[in-house]
Design a protein around this ligand. Sequence first.
Ligand code: MG
Length: 388
Amino acid sequence: MPTCIALIVAAGRGSRFGGPLPKQYALLNGLAVLRHTLLAYRATPEINASRVVIAAGDEALYEAAVHGLGLPAPIQGGASRQQSVLNGLEALVPEGPDFVAIHDAARPFVRPAEIAACLAAAMAEGVDGAVLGVPLADTVKRTDAAGAVMETVPRVNLWRAQTPQIFRFERLLAAHRAAAKLAESEATALTDDAAVAERAGLKVVMVAGSEDNRKITTNADLARASAMETRTATGFDVHGFAPGNSVMLGGIAIPHNQTLAGHSDADVALHALTDAVLGTIGAGDIGKHFPPSDPQWRGASSDRFLRHAVDMLAARGGRIVHLDLTLVCEAPRIGPHRDAMLASIAKITGVPADRVSVKATTTEGLGFTGRREGIAAQAIATVELPRS
Ligand code: MG
């Protein structure tokens, strides 16, 4: 059986990722992205061993990510991805595998069956290498620098290349050594190992993979890729009546023979919803974010409070699944305004109206709401949030 070593390229700095760590070391469901990738290769019987190319200075991150996997020392990468791969290939020369599988550390969703299929294609008679990829499904446009469409490129036989890219080791090594001698302008056009191989005249074939084998490029990709958990939190608020002619409830003005007193517009419904959403991420309460002592919130429209809470949730990769609101008052009557309130809350939060619920009750004349001294509101927010 021919031998194949996986060369995992983890030397990128991930300037587009924007997180505190390079993306290959960020945690995905509690494990480093690199570790997920290594586990996929380890679960592929056709792969004999894995080696990782890392950036200088990332040794501690690497050790933490691969702890307990029994990997040999990492290989130090170079100034470009191409140089990093060449360093990795040179380091494999003593082992002299028959095949090498180059893989981006930031593609943690590759399946062992896909790796095996790619290797099988690379082993075929007359073939030097095989690349996992996906046939293009979208229509492709070529534009000028200003974005004006110049032509529609026929998408037949066009693919998006992923990794692994698996090659006969000696041939890829020779191709990379030759490419290392190119001028920088020529070398930058070689954006993957298949391009290096093609330039050397090697025969490379595409193997159909899946969209699941996507690359984690941004923080948002990582959040989307994470397993989600559901969280629920409540909010509660009360505002007392004061002389006036309308109350703000759920972002709409409802005619009434009184108004609600408060520092902002006293929208008790939106305040309860804001606290519920803040509660799902443990972000304190509305008073922490918008202190009543701060004059800038005097008379403020409360939709901005709720939107702020939704934005904080979104920044954590979360989204609202459902909002449930109960208003407690003898008057005004809520029923006639329920649909407008639903639409308003849906608009403020960006949640579809069929995921918003507005209910109302009286307290049968009992207590402060029964005495028509004010309105109470109770809200429950259900959200989905990345587990890590
Ligand atoms: Mg309030």
